[in-house]
Write a protein that binds this ligand. Structure first.
Ligand code: P6P
Length: 335
């Protein structure tokens, strides 16, 4: 499709490829884009409009919420609740799923989101992002249950994120490749800037929080040690390291120039009774779909992320994703 086309025209053109498409999906993506534009505006203005800092509440994860976490969640609800494109919404910032008000028009999609991922970075002006996943709603159900959201990642209709960085970039896959849209603030439109994005199979760049090294399991310790050994070691080449502590920024770098991102389970996480830090339904699954659609791979270490059968909306998983050759190598180390 023509570079520079708007996200709306892009999805209308794509929609023509789906026999019987009603336009609801195009409307849904437009709603999500509106939420992202409004979040981008507040992220960009920051202290000018008093949205930085924390609120004195915690989310279901037991994490302190930033003002922008709460505001972003409200903006996502506001953009989605009126237009009859969804049947329900799940969010990192809400314990329970969001039920549409009585009498509100329902649509045939479910949205799961992390309204503002990486928000610990927001007060230090480092890139953050919104992550979203779209599932089909059950037919004929006005009020979907939590069970209706618990679908494996392979059942996602679409997945995407919006990165609030030097540019605001919305990245989207509907199952036939990955496209990128850059926000033109002059007239408030996301314009197609990249299509058919591909992740290089090989890389020399890894992303992991090294401060947890003493807790790592064997396969992760082995992989990172080999990277650190550089050209004199097993790998015969030097590696570079990055850690932004904002998954959206890490994934965007990997889509752009390759790399491997690791947030594994470790002894400290296990001691807390968890299987990982990152959440399956609205972080790992959408990012795994995007990465796979761009020719990369995404594993828990022992299982393809998209094939994990969810048991709980806020469940956590280990995440290793990026350039396929490196992901495959780490998966081999877990055998
Ligand atoms: P740590 C942000 O809170 C997040 O969920 C991801 O975006 C990011 O990759 C990770 O956690 C950072 O975790 O333990 O390094 O602060």
């Amino acid at each position: 499709m023509r570079i520079g086309t708007t996200l709306t025209n892009y999805t209308i053109n794509k929609q023509k490829g789906f026999v019987g498409a009603s336009g609801t999906f195009t409307g849904l993506l437009n709603d999500i884009a509106v939420a992202c534009k409004r979040i981008a505006d507040l992220v960009n203005k920051g202290d000018l409009v008093g949205v930085l800092g924390a609120v004195d509440s915690e989310n279901v994860q037991g994490e302190q919420q930033k003002k922008l976490d709460v505001i972003s969640n409200d903006l996502m609800i506001e953009a989605l609740r009126h237009n009859g494109h969804i049947a329900g919404l799940a969010s990192e910032e809400m314990d329970e799923i969001y039920q549409l008000p009585e009498g509100a028009r329902r649509g045939n999609y479910l949205v799961l989101c992390d309204p503002l991922d990486g928000s610990s970075n927001i007060d230090v002006n480092v890139s953050v992002g919104t992550i979203f996943s779209v599932l089909k709603a059950p037919d004929g159900s006005d009020n979907p249950t939590q069970e209706d959201f618990l679908k494996a990642g392979t059942e996602q209709i679409a997945a995407g994120y919006c990165l609030y960085g030097p540019s605001t970039i919305l990245v989207l896959t509907t199952g036939d490749g990955v496209s990128m849209f850059t926000l033109n603030r002059d007239f408030g439109e996301f314009l197609l800037t990249k299509e058919h994005v591909r992740i290089p199979q090989e890389t020399s760049e890894f992303a992991i929080n090294m401060s947890y090294r003493r807790h790592w399991d064997g396969p992760v310790e082995r992989y990172i040690s080999e990277c650190l050994a550089g050209k004199e070691g097993e790998r015969g080449k030097d590696f570079n390291m990055r850690w932004v502590a904002s998954m959206v920024a890490e994934v965007h770098r990997i889509l752009t120039r390759g790399g491997i991102f690791l947030y594994p389970c470790d002894a400290k996480i296990r001691a807390a009774g968890r299987e990982g830090k990152l959440r399956l339904m609205y972080e790992a699954n959408p990012m795994a779909m995007i990465v796979e659609q761009a020719g990369g791979a995404a594993t828990t270490g022992t299982q393809r992320i998209l094939e994990v059968n969810p048991e709980e909306i806020h469940q956590r998983v280990p995440v290793i994703l990026g350039s396929k050759a490196e992901v495959d190598r780490i998966a081999d180390y877990h055998l």
